[in-house]
Design a binder for this molecule. Sequence first.
Ligand SMILES: Cc1cc2nc3c(=O)[nH]c(=O)nc-3n(C[C@H](O)[C@H](O)[C@H](O)COP(=O)(O)OP(=O)(O)OC[C@H]3O[C@@H](n4cnc5c(N)ncnc54)[C@H](O)[C@@H]3O)c2cc1C
Length: 437
Amino acid sequence: MKSRTFTTINDESCGWVHTTARAQEFPQLKEDRQVDWVIVGAGFTGLAAANRIAELRPDDSIILLDAEQAGKGASSRNSGYIVDITLNDGGSTLADEQTQLAKNKLNRAGLDLLRQQVGHYGIECDWDESGKFHCAAYHRNIPKLKNFETFLERAGLDHQVWSKQRLSERLGTDYYLHAVQTKAGVLVNPAALVNGLIANLPGSVALYEHTPALQIDHGEEICIKTPQATIRADRAIIAVNALMPKNGFKSNRVFPLTLTASLTRPLTPGEHDSIGGPDPWGVLSASSMGATVRFTNDHRILVRNTVEWWPDLAMDEYALVKRRQKNLSGLRKRFPGLGNLEFEYTWSGNVCISRNSKPVFEQDKNLFLAGCYNAGGVAMGSLFGKLIVDYALDQPSEQLTQVLDQEKPTLIPPRPLLDIGLQTRLAFNRYFGRSEA
Ligand SMILES: Cc1cc2nc3c(=O)[nH]c(=O)nc-3n(C[C@H](O)[C@H](O)[C@H](O)COP(=O)(O)OP(=O)(O)OC[C@H]3O[C@@H](n4cnc5c(N)ncnc54)[C@H](O)[C@@H]3O)c2cc1C
């Protein structure tokens, strides 16, 4: 792989990051090192991999690198749903129930891993087991939810159906007509969760921040060049998710999409009362381009309702201000009574997508690659981080077999054909999903 420079992609305005205290900063790597393992990327995937190596090989030396502040990528910027199952998995068609259930099993395993760590280390991240609401604001989307209900019923997955009246009392908005609440998912403050995991990394893991891998070579041994030092290692795990193509991996199989979200200040007690004093909740839309909305533990409202092909990945202040208007229109539609409530933070983040919605999980000699969770990687990334180590160390399990047996991501067209295809597809979806945005 050729050497290159690394440009930062994370803006400084993520609401979760700003409202979460961080216990510790970590150094940059300044001296050459020889270790057993190097992990590139300190999000949910890389952290889970580090924990698993330390568990199975307590004497192995591990370097965990992040190009920016560890955990501050998508792992801090997401909407904080640790999903068990989602409507977008295909539950609306009923055709692929087996695929759905298999994915549900993996999601639950990832969720259990995180639950166990949060409990063990006492990580304070607003862990909320109340599940999530899949909502439709327009009649044409209700049949999708009805199909989903039938699927959940048949699969024996715990859920509850909500009518408009009860939903309006529960959420504090009468915007939605119908909802299906799935009970097994969890809501969190993602930055608090990822920071808690970082703070509790095992002693054998040396974490270096602001230390991008600029060149990754693998042959007999791994050789990674960073701006000030070189790392040599027996094995490498690449856990950079949406940045795989930017790092020279899988650029013909996966691509990033860029999302923007905004978070208000906390509602005043009067404002909270004016919407009926609801408990925290999380809503996912019945439409793929619809808004994700959360009412948080500290009484803020989050709206995420944009999805774009933005090859630069990073959004500047000007681009974010434009997207904040779109987030604001989603807020006003749902809470017209909160008249002048504004957003305190607006940020962007990247998800990794493949054409056939399949993840990347593979080995090339002593280099292992895990990622591409198609927008739902909190649970799945945590599980894949663990399983990629099991794969490297020949630790068989039913889950590992299931992941290895999955189809691989299919080819995507090269640019500029990719640009044209994605722009057209997203514009089409945006048009038909606009009412739920
Ligand atoms: C706005 C938004 C909302 C989302 N909502 C949800 C949700 O509610 N639920 C859910 O399950 N998923 C959600 N996701 C997806 C989820 O956040 C990701 O799937 C998950 O965080 C992926 O974790 P990861 O560790 O694989 O990748 P990341 O968190 O992206 O971590 C990869 C790390 O690699 C580092 N890196 C990259 N290149 C290099 C290099 N050359 N050298 C060193 N380090 C490098 C990056 O700095 C980054 O920290 C959302 C994503 C976004 C953007």
